[in-house]
Design a protein around this ligand. Structure first.
Ligand code: F0G
Length: 458
């Protein structure tokens, strides 16, 4: 019999969780105006709000924290991180930033101008935000299969080359500062991009003389999927695959809070000296001197170790198989989930789960509330509330897909926690036909309303 995967680490430190009662949670949720962002973390039993900055560091990382060099300029920890980034990405130049969106802010300040067009595969919210903030446009060129939860495709993060070429053909080259490829594609459900597609995108970009950058927050998870699903990569190491991906582009932005295995941090790495020099000015202005860029020395040291640990096969196998374990348990119970399972999260399909709740009463939001009340589990709505109102008509925008995302923090929970989540959802699923009503909005911000919206139960 083939031996199953198991975590390639053991637990040295634990953090206590409070097991609240349903009665307590019902009151807390009311006090939080039915918005999970307003809960105190002690009121949450299993927190699946995000996999960003919520993972556990290793003893090696904590040891590195103790020898962090906090010098303003020329820190040893910076040199250590720079060397690791060079080895893992192959890029010549490197700038630390305090997190992923800061890397976007710095790089885009150097590259994006008003009226520009930045094509990519379902840009993440902050990426799109930093493009639109500069009065430029993000054009989504993801393959159509990504938007149909009933279709199986091993690489739903892939770019549709015809859509991309159309953007290149219809716009002057000067208006397209770069293409951005998000690996894995968070907005498409943590879905990977294949090496074949990355190569094709790279060639197309070269043909039209457009640089290619990667949004690399979950690049190691993407490399794992290539190794598992793409012919010719079975015997390559994760580090070899990652290097091969990066060599197809000109640079990257990184939220180190994901595949850097740290709680805070980010960076830019790239080959073009001119862009590096321009970005350096913005880094100093927004982030800090170029040898710390918003990070502590100790955090840069921990990140150097984290990047190596996150690109080890055994770690990635246990990480991604844990997410798939939860997905499979849910699928076995008949709970509607997006397939194939993403690398960092499971997405519950609320339209199929609670079709009895009118869509005007926010199905995914309602399901997220119920999951908290039943199990003390915090997910996040990726649906109508997140989609905001139409800026012109001020009507609610109803996206085709209404999801509750359950993001799994790295090295943090055990499979018993996954079982607990699965059973809580099964119990809700068994009584789903009784769900007739959802929620109404009583107060909301004009934009990005999901963080602060106040709701009321109907
Ligand atoms: N790019 C991707 C693909 C992301 O998923 C995120 C963050 C960022 C960029 C921005 O990085 O948070 O370090 O500034 N995603 C988090 C999430 C917030 O919950 O998915 P950041």
């Amino acid at each position: 019999m083939k031996l199953p995967y198991a975590e390639p680490y053991k637990i040295k430190v634990v953090e206590k969780l409070y097991r609240s009662t349903q009665k307590e949670r019902t009151q807390w949720l009311k006090d939080a105006n039915y918005n999970l962002f307003n809960l105190k973390s002690e009121q949450v039993f299993i927190d699946c709000l995000t996999d960003s900055g919520t993972g556990a560091m290793s003893d090696q990382q904590w040891a590195e924290m103790m020898i962090g060099d906090e010098s303003y300029a020329g820190s040893r920890s910076f040199e250590k991180l720079k060397k690791t980034v060079k080895r893992i990405t192959g890029y010549k130049y490197f700038l630390p930033t305090h997190q992923g969106r800061a890397a976007e802010n710095v790089l885009f300040s150097a590259l994006v101008k008003e009226g520009d067009i930045v094509p990519g595969n379902s840009h993440f919210d902050t990426t799109k935000g930093h493009i639109e903030f500069r009065k430029a446009h993000a054009v989504d060129c993801t393959i159509d299969e990504a938007f149909d939860t009933s279709i199986y495709h091993p690489f739903k993060g892939n770019v549709d080359l015809n859509k991309l070429e159309k953007v290149f053909k219809e716009n002057p080259k000067e208006k397209i500062p770069f293409t951005i490829l998000t690996i894995t594609c968070n907005s498409a459900g943590g879905q990977p991009v294949s090496m074949e597609n990355t190569k094709a995108v790279s060639e197309l970009c070269k043909k039209y003389h457009i640089p290619l950058y990667f949004d690399s927050a979950r690049f190691a998870e993407n490399a794992y999927f290539i190794k598992k699903r793409e012919k010719g990569y079975e015997n390559k190491s994760i580090k070899e695959i990652a290097l091969e991906i990066f060599q197809l582009g000109d640079g990257m932005t990184m939220s180190a809070k994901k595949d850097g295995l740290v709680n805070m941090g980010g960076f830019i790495a790239l080959n073009d000296e001119k862009v590096y020099k321009e970005a350096t000015v913005f880094n100093i202005m927004f982030e800090g001197f170029i040898t710390y860029g918003g990070m502590n020395g100790r955090d840069m040291g921990a990140l150097a170790i984290g990047l190596d640990e996150a690109t080890e096969f055994d770690y990635l196998e246990s990480r991604i198989e844990q997410v798939a374990y939860l997905g499979q348990r849910l699928a076995d119970f008949g709970v509607p989930v997006q397939q194939p399972f993403g690398g960092h999260a499971i997405f519950l399909d609320a339209n199929k789960f609670v079709p009895t709740i009118p869509k005007e009463e926010f199905r995914a939001w309602s399901l997220a509330m119920e999951l908290y009340i039943v199990g003390g589990i915090r997910g996040v709505e990726i649906g109508t509330i997140l989609a905001d109102r139409d800026p012109e008509t001020r009507e609610n925008r109803f996206p085709e897909l209404e999801f509750v995302r359950l993001a799994i923090p790295r090295r943090t929970y055990t499979n018993h926690h996954m079982d607990y989540i699965a059973v809580a959802l099964k119990n809700i699923f068994n009584t789903r036909e009784e769900a007739r009503h959802g929620y109404r909005i009583i107060d909301e911000a004009p934009i990005m309303r999901h963080f602060t919206v106040k709701m009321e139960k109907i």
